[in-house]
Ligand binder design. Structure first.
Ligand code: ACO
Length: 427
């Protein structure tokens, strides 16, 4: 244990315990600050605030390290499967062969949606964004699965967790099918989690659907890379929503809403749109100049990260996967060349070097998803599908934490001080 932290506030000396984790920065436990000094801390964007204890995921942004339960993301992406990572995040250890088999079977038994939910989809416009549908349908699950909304019951929490992980591919695939006017496809539990999702998305009843193993592997890897990322904005949203005791389906809908933003999960869609708009490598300098111009709100999408001040380790795996998918599908999309060149030019530019702006996971994921055949509007829905595992694991961790309380930040009030009401005729 490190020494106490000493602070002087308004002439008063106070001391706070410093707590150490297994790795990573210590934290100053300032829970008694307000009681002892009457002052709050001020940290918009939580850049220096640890909001909870967590044993799931560790990130060292300076070194470009990402560990799930201690295992490096590169090893998990290369050697494991999304189901294995899901088990790991939920249970803390890698599963034995038997445990993995049982877990995979359990998940596959929950892939179907209540039939009435199909009617629910028909209330949306055909051109609705899949994330709008995901927010609505995932929130609506709490109206369909009443028997797993009691958060005080560990069995119900487990069932809700399995349901969410299992049903998310069905929900996302149906959102896609609805937008293109094709019939919904029922899940095929003889396939892998990811193979089943591909079939529900791209299969049609008129002909058999063959899962391409390279595409299946690539998509499974994308899911692994997006499974969890400690206390990011959407995960913090899930925790905050859950801290009031809200049911897990409602909490996941809140997470999806947060993920949709272009500064977070919406970045993969925005990054590919940007690469397509740039079009050819010759136009890259123009866009780099815009990104550097303080008067232009444009940013290089897929670049920069709140935590990584080094190459995002997920982007490295992603770049390699692009080549594999392109080769297998015989795709020759110039957008990949544009992406590689943009990365090269940006990383040799002083602005990006000084601000430590590197490609993040979303810079290349859109290129792969597009090659597989997903429209850009589906990209964030795929991210939500994968991140559900992290959200569920973090939500479970929070509910089981004896120190958990409702999340209730304070503020620095800058409005008018108390004043008397003036009747309208006298104003
Ligand atoms: N292009 C150009 N300049 C940038 C970029 C970018 N992509 N990202 C950050 N900067 C600049 C900022 O203008 C700021 O400059 P200043 O210090 O002169 O004001 C500096 O770098 C620091 O940026 P902040 O926005 O303060 O960094 P923050 O940690 O708050 O933001 C964020 C991180 C939101 C990811 C940001 O880098 C960004 O908007 N990137 C583009 C969107 C994106 O790719 N998001 C995906 C994130 S990964 C994920 O969600 C899975």
């Amino acid at each position: 244990m490190a020494d106490n932290a000493k602070l002087q506030v308004a002439g008063k000396d106070v001391e706070f315990p410093v707590r150490s984790g297994t790795i990573g920065p210590d934290v100053v436990d300032i829970r008694k600050l307000y009681a002892q000094t009457g002052a709050f801390t001020y940290d918009p964007g939580f850049t220096s605030t640890a909001s909870c204890d967590s044993a799931l995921t560790y990130i060292d942004g300076d070194e470009g390290v990402l560990l799930h339960r201690g295992y490096p993301i590169g090893q998990l992406a290369e050697e494991s499967s999304f189901m294995e990572v899901a088990y790991l995040l939920l249970n803390g250890e890698l599963p034995s062969g038997e445990e993995l088999g049982n877990f995979t079977t359990t998940i596959s038994r929950h892939t179907m949606l209540h039939e009435q939910l199909a009617t629910f989809y028909r209330g949306f416009r055909r051109d609705a964004h899949p994330m709008a549908i995901m927010c609505g349908v995932v929130g609506a699950l709490s109206a369909f699965y009443h028997d797993s909304t009691d958060i005080t019951d560990p069995t119900q929490r487990t069932i809700a967790s399995h349901r969410l992980i299992a049903k998310m591919p069905t929900i996302a695939a149906m959102a896609y099918k609805y937008s293109v006017g094709q019939p919904f496809q029922y899940p095929d539990n003889s396939l892998s989690y990811t193979g089943n999702f591909l079939k529900m998305t791209f299969g049609v009843p008129a002909e058999p659907y063959e899962v391409n193993p390279v595409v299946e592997k690539a998509l499974d890897r994308i899911f692994i890379l997006h499974a969890d990322h400690e206390q990011n904005a959407s995960t913090s949203t899930v925790r905050l929503a859950g801290s009031s005791g809200a049911n897990p389906f409602a909490c996941m809908a809140a997470g999806i809403a947060c993920l949709w933003g272009p500064a977070h999960g919406g970045a993969n869609e925005a990054a590919l749109n940007m690469l397509r708009e740039i079009g050819t490598p010759e136009r890259i300098p123009e866009y780099i100049a815009r990104a550097k111009n303080k008067d232009d709100p444009f940013r290089l999408m897929g670049f920069g990260h709140r935590v990584y001040k080094n190459y995002d380790p997920r982007a490295t795996v992603m770049q390699k996967t692009v080549r594999e998918v392109f080769e297998s599908l015989g795709v020759n999309d110039p957008v990949f060349e544009t992406a590689l060149r943009l990365e090269e030019l940006a990383l040799s530019d002083d602005y990006f070097i000084e601000k430590k702006l590197f490609p993040n996971v979303d810079f290349y994921s859109g290129v792969i998803l597009s090659a597989i055949g997903f429209p850009t509007t589906m990209f964030t829905a795929l991210f939500a599908l994968a991140r559900t595992v992290g959200w569920v694991a973090q939500w479970n961790e929070m509910i089981s934490d004896p120190e958990q309380k409702i999340g209730r930040p304070r503020q620095l009030y800058t409005g008018p001080a108390q004043r008397d009401y003036v009747p309208v005729g006298q104003r």
